[in-house]
Design a protein around this ligand. Structure first.
Ligand SMILES: Cc1ncc(COP(=O)(O)O)c(C=O)c1O
Length: 389
């Protein structure tokens, strides 16, 4: 009775782990959460206040489909502050990056077309391709190339039916950025091949060290950019994001946005205007620093316990960690850690198939105390399982 595509979607293992965690918590146990891709911080106060006044002012109706002009202008200004000129006409406000992915899949892919995605990569990517009848085609990425495709990988993967590639910088689950020259070359190749390159920049701003480019738009103006208020701006539950599209895509994406979504969330759009104010930006920047400190704390602790982190993340809030010295598959390791020591970590199999048994994603979305507690529990687990550290 239900569609083939709905049956084909693999369940998120992280959700099953989260379910187990909530059962432990309901039984009064403390669970350490290294699985969640959501910052522990509340949305910055100026944003919350702006939302309250938007609601008081009755800004609760549909807006124009592409989003309120003030917010599109403010995002254009945000790019200008990074030295990149983008006309606000090219900016489309969406229901999170997820809404943006839905629009871009519908815009760029026909049934039977291929979308290149990385393995490992963000688990939902292939579902957006399948939703429109297209086929995801994985490019496997490895530690020696910082878990990003090289230009040669990209060219090799691009087939006769490929219409678009979806890459992320910094990426999930590895936090690494795509090399600037590779990005330029890939975008050029995609264009010459009659296709498009989508760059997911949802972790933009959350870098741990100086970056060579803050946005792919500084590298190539004709990219399709995905972004969101979820991560750097700490607004996961507000369901707001944006895409930047080339000039020629504005009309078709407008029709899709009108029909599929009518409008993005109105109060959230007014609230998001405040996310760019100095006071809010200072809060977001302080949080970025905190994530960098947490990254170091967690990496040091894991390395002391014998884990390898083959590539340190450039940004975001994830370590992609080699757990093979435990002698277990990452899935067994994660489930045993959850069941026996109540530490939740996401196994590599959530992000693809390539070396998935070797890696697990440790998110540092919780504070230093939680990180210390988690590390202490993992140390106990390794001792109990007689694993040398
Ligand atoms: C790489 C990547 N892209 C897109 C998303 C979707 O984010 P949202 O819809 O909250 O903006 C996520 C969420 O974790 C992500 O990690």
């Amino acid at each position: 009775m239900f569609s083939k595509r709905s049956r084909e979607i693999a369940p998120f293992i992280v959700m099953q782990l989260a379910q187990r965690a909530s059962e432990f918590e309901a039984a009064g146990k403390t669970v350490v959460h290294f699985e969640v891709g959501e910052p522990d911080f509340q949305t910055a106060e100026p944003v919350v206040e702006a939302a309250k006044s938007a609601i008081d002012l009755g800004r609760t109706k549909y807006t124009v489909a592409l989003g309120i002009p003030e917010l599109r202008d403010r995002i254009a200004q945000y790019y200008l502050d990074q030295g990149v000129t983008v006309s606000s006409n090219r900016i489309v406000i969406t229901s999170g990056a997820s809404g943006g992915l839905t629009l871009l899949a519908a815009l760029l892919l026909n049934p039977e077309d291929e979308l290149l995605i990385t393995d490992p990569g963000y688990p939902c990517n292939d579902v957006f391709a399948r939703l429109v009848g297209a086929h995801p085609r994985p490019i496997t990425v490895d530690a020696e190339n910082r878990f990003q495709p090289t230009f040669a990988d990209f060219v090799e993967a691009w087939g006769v039916n490929t219409r678009a590639a979806l890459l992320a910088s910094p990426g999930n689950p590895t936090g690494t950025m795509l090399d600037q020259n590779d990005l330029a070359a890939m975008a050029g190749f995609a264009k010459e091949s009659g296709g498009a390159l989508i760059l997911d920049e949802i972790y933009q701003g959350l870098h741990h060290r100086p970056v060579t480019y803050s946005t792919g738009l500084a590298v190539r103006d004709d990219l399709y950019i995905l972004n969101s208020f979820s991560k750097y701006f700490g607004m996961t539950g507000w369901r707001l994001g944006w895409v930047v599209v080339p000039e020629e895509a504005i009309d078709p994406i407008t029709k899709l946005a009108q029909n599929l979504f009518i409008s993005p969330n109105a109060p959230a759009q007014y609230a998001a205007l405040a996310a760019f104010d100095d006071q809010a930006l200072a809060i977001h920047e302080a949080r970025r620093e905190t994530f960098a400190q947490r990254a170091a704390l967690m990496a040091d602790g894991l390395k002391r316990l014998g884990f390898q982190i083959p590539v340190m993340p450039d940004g975001a809030f994830y370590h992609y960690v080699d757990v093979s010295h435990t002698g277990m598959t990452s899935s067994d390791f994660c489930w045993r850690l959850m069941d026996e020591f109540q530490v939740a970590v996401t196994p590599g199999s959530d992000f693809g198939a390539h070396h998935a048994d070797r890696y697990a994603r440790f998110a540092y979305t919780r504070g230093g105390d939680a990180i210390e507690m988690g590390l202490a529990r993992i140390a106990k687990a390794l001792a109990a399982w007689s694993i040398k550290t």
